[in-house]
Design a binder for this molecule. Structure first.
Ligand code: GLC
Length: 539
């Protein structure tokens, strides 16, 4: 008997960056009613099961919404709470779950909590953030309390003239870190979860979840063993020169996420609520700790697995990551995979057009929950935003890593502004990719071999296939440059063969071809064509 699984264990999540999905107000920026208007696309055309929205909270937008000024409201630029409720109702009517972003590590410096906190050393909210006295060198010059660096460049401490102390900010200076060691902060933040759970949201994606607890003594980070080894993205020399053992990832975050899980469980009687953790930890044993344990308490349903984002396009490397990850997870844990998001280059640019089709087949056929980034289904590419139009604070400090390039507006059709907005083109918050004339929903819907056609078929197949939904995973030895694996359930065995090379590969497999990334009827289980992925049903 196949064990019954919950929606987040079999479903596909689709990430929407609200600023870039659909503009209904001609502001040049997307909004919540715009997402509501596209629900049929999501449920019928694509057939995804859940959407995750990047932040829509009131925000000064210093980090495009990840600087939250009110955890329990909607920024007027995105709409109103009523628009949110309508979106939720409309999504639920179509069977789509809604996951929202929760940003616990830091608020905006314009959040009333921080305004109060910085007003005086005696403020009742002083200890809601991380304030420290300066250190002094031998000449009496003021120094920050330790050597921690902001991920976005520069030291992680900002001097507050009025109260003569530094506050900690792991990201931009307008994103002060909350002090999660203060029980009042914990209680206030848990209330924000309840606020949205009561409204009916189906879960949270927890922003930089491993950052909330730091070394209580705020010790200096030691120098990096291997430069840049801690994170796959380079954050600049000063950041990469340290081993980040004290400024985040402290084990004290685990009890917090056990508590978060209890809150989610309280609201899960009618429908299971889910937490997805943004955790940039690449040692799988450590990442797996964020699932919690049945004995000591559960934590995240899905601690994001970012491992595939950091490997080069080689079959052996992808196989090694997937195998090691599968081996590290407890048997009851649901794996998850993601290949792109609002912080990373798009897969069609990172890997190439044909390769990204193979990547899509992999993403949607591995065991566990996949997350698709909006536009990935069209083969949307990065846009090199000209320096004068760049907005991302991260991109400003490390330009080659700027994230504007993967946040450009969704491409709906070949009309003005790709059908995203009726605003003047130069009023769009970010420019549209030039290739929108052919890479867009309308054009691709009319093309039976398009990227979109491939995603639709993959999503449909996944829904129908017992092996893809419930089956085991096992990788198989084969020729170099091919990643071959088997998904097996009680009544079905599928082989997935992914050619990572530009040459044909003779494999001599047998079975019925269910899908080729070429979307033609010329596929042959004996030979994979260049950059071809096949799903083969074993007879
Ligand atoms: C996460 C978000 C990123 C944001 C950062 C700070 O990494 O995905 O967009 O800049 O946290 O909140």
């Amino acid at each position: 008997m196949t064990e019954k699984k919950l929606w987040w264990q079999t479903g596909v999540v689709y990430q929407i960056y609200p600023r870039s999905y659909m503009d209904t107000t001609t502001s040049g920026m997307g909004d919540l009613p715009g997402i509501s208007a596209k629900l049929d696309y999501l449920s019928e055309t694509l057939g995804v099961d859940a959407i995750w929205l990047s932040p829509f909270y009131p925000s000064p937008m210093k980090d495009f919404g990840y600087d939250v000024a009110d955890y329990c409201n909607v920024d007027p630029r995105f709409g109103t709470l009523a628009d949110f409720d309508e979106l939720l109702t409309n999504a639920h009517q179509r069977g789509i779950k809604l996951i929202i972003d929760w940003v616990p590590n830091h608020s905006s410096d314009q959040h009333p909590w921080f305004i109060e906190s910085r007003s005086s050393r005696n403020s009742p909210k002083r200890d809601w953030y991380v304030w420290r006295d300066p250190k002094f060198d031998e000449n009496g010059n003021k120094l920050p309390p330790n050597n921690w660096q902001s991920l976005f460049g520069g030291i992680a401490w900002e001097w507050d003239e009025k109260t003569a102390q530094y506050y900690l900010h792991s990201f931009v200076k307008e994103q002060p870190d909350l002090n999660w060691r203060n029980p009042e902060v914990q209680a206030a933040m848990y209330e924000t979860l309840r606020f949205w759970l009561k409204r009916g949201v189906d879960g949270f994606r927890v922003d930089v979840a491993h950052f909330i607890m730091k070394d209580p003594a705020l010790r200096d980070n030691p120098p990096a063993q291997i430069k840049g080894a801690a994170m796959h993205r380079s954050h600049g020399d000063a950041y990469d020169s340290q081993s980040h053992i004290h400024d985040h990832g402290h084990p004290d975050s685990h009890p917090i996420y056990k508590e978060v899980r209890k809150i989610l469980d309280e609201y899960s009687q009618t429908s299971p609520r889910v937490s997805v953790g943004e955790i940039h930890i690449f040692e799988f044993e450590k990442l797996a700790e964020f699932y919690g344990t049945p004995e000591e308490g559960m934590e995240f349903h899905l601690p994001f697995n970012f491992s595939l984002l950091k490997v080069a396009w080689h079959a052996a490397q992808f196989r090694a990551q997937v195998d090691a990850y599968e081996a590290a997870l407890p048997a009851w844990a649901t794996p998850n995979y993601v290949l792109g998001n609002h912080d990373e280059g798009r897969i069609a640019t990172r890997y190439g057009e044909m390769q990204s089709r193979v990547a899509a087949m992999m993403l949607l056929t591995l065991r566990g929950t996949p997350t698709i980034y909006y536009g990935e289904e069209l083969g949307m590419t990065d846009v090199l935003v000209p320096p004068e139009k760049r907005l991302d604070p991260y991109g400003l400090s490390v330009p080659e890593h700027g994230r504007d390039r993967c946040r450009t507006p969704m491409q709906w059709d070949s009309t003005k502004n790709a059908g995203f907005s009726k605003a003047e083109t130069d009023a769009l918050w970010l420019p549209i990719a030039e290739n929108f004339t052919h890479k867009n929903v309308a054009t691709e819907l009319a093309d039976p071999r398009s990227h979109l056609a491939l995603y639709r078929q993959l999503l449909a197949l996944r829904k129908e296939s017992e092996a893809l939904q419930h089956g085991t995973y096992r990788s198989l030895d084969t020729v170099p440059n091919v990643f071959l694996y088997e998904r097996q359930s009680e009544n079905e065995t599928l082989l997935i063969a992914l050619n990572f090379s530009e040459k044909k590969q003779d494999l001599a497999l047998e079975g019925n071809i269910l899908l080729s990334t070429y979307l033609d009827n010329k596929a042959n289980p004996q030979t994979l064509r260049p950059h071809e992925g096949l799903i083969i049903q074993k007879l």
